[in-house]
Design a protein around this ligand. Sequence first.
Ligand SMILES: Nc1nc2c(c(=O)[nH]1)N[C@H]1C(S)=C(S)[C@@H](COP(=O)(O)O)O[C@H]1N2
Ligand SMILES: [Mo]
Length: 356
Amino acid sequence: MPRCTDLVKPTPDELFTTPEHGQSRNAETRPTRLDGYLTPNAQFYVRNHYATPIIDRESWRLALFGNGLERCLTLGHAELAALPQVSLIRAIECAGNARRFFEHDFGRQAGNAQWQAGAIGVAEWTGVRLRDVLALAGVRRDALDVVPEGLDEGRFARPLPIAKAQADDTLIALAMNGEPLPADHGFPARLVVSGWLGAASIKWLGRIEVACQPRYTHWNTADYTLAGPNYPAEPPADGVPVTVMPVMNVTELDRPAYLSPGAQVIRGRAFSGEGRVRRVEYAIDDGDWQDAELGEPNIPAAWVRWAFVWQATAGEHTLRVRATDEHGHCQPAELPWNDHGVLYNAVVDHPIIVTN
Ligand SMILES: Nc1nc2c(c(=O)[nH]1)N[C@H]1C(S)=C(S)[C@@H](COP(=O)(O)O)O[C@H]1N2
Ligand SMILES: [Mo]
């Protein structure tokens, strides 16, 4: 039985959790159930602001318009599929991933779905470069912002600067892990904006405006911003709009984890929106930081799998893990509060209980 009634795919308990405040349309991947490098489509987290719309591929159209283009253009699926296709392995991570830990640190909840660390997935996305599609309509030299819009009920839309829209690895994806996009992940076409907050990767793409003026929607002014007393407002935004996702770790253990004494392989995945992860360290209880072993592949703006062997001894323990990316950015020991609970990437204490 699918538990998320606004979703098409089944979200069984053994593969997903539902973040508190998550309504019936958000489903969080259980990292303990991941196996290979890629997140299978059936296990990929879903973050929907509205119910998944069911779209007919044959009648679906993508409309391009706006004063930043030479001409308006409408394309169907077959026309997109006939353009040069690109495949990329990239993560999509919700800006609100790990939001629940704000409550852990500050004793009160920051807004919205209370994700643990499972609002991230890595897939191979295949489609056309957004740049190639925009070029068909002619991008004017003074184009500034691109506003991709979804066909879901609330027309979810989150502007991008033209430079990011035209990056090599910004795609209109038609396929995910070698299959047509699943309904919940944006069928028939979604954006994949590498390294940026998940909210930029608009699903069920219907329209793209290219504007010579700055563009604002609810989702870059009143949400997906760093807002509150620690951050300056950037009117009309209530804070600093989120762009690149910072270095982050997902440990493949339940909270708390129950393990048996003896040699245990502890695993996880570390990600940085800014490039490759260079190092993952761990510390048990009050012990020193030690290096975990990094696996292959290690793809920029995707993730790297890490592992270490721990000689578990009976009792209660605390594991801490921190990742560092190729720019030297490391997960902080603590993080200031922000009202929408975005970009939580502080090192968290992971409780482990070792019993026979
Ligand atoms: N049209 C549309 N696109 C959307 C959303 C949405 O609600 N509607 N949610 C965004 C957010 S906040 C995230 S984190 C990602 C999640 O992608 P996924 O559901 O494929 O994991 O989609 C983004 N694209
Ligand atoms: Mo998100």
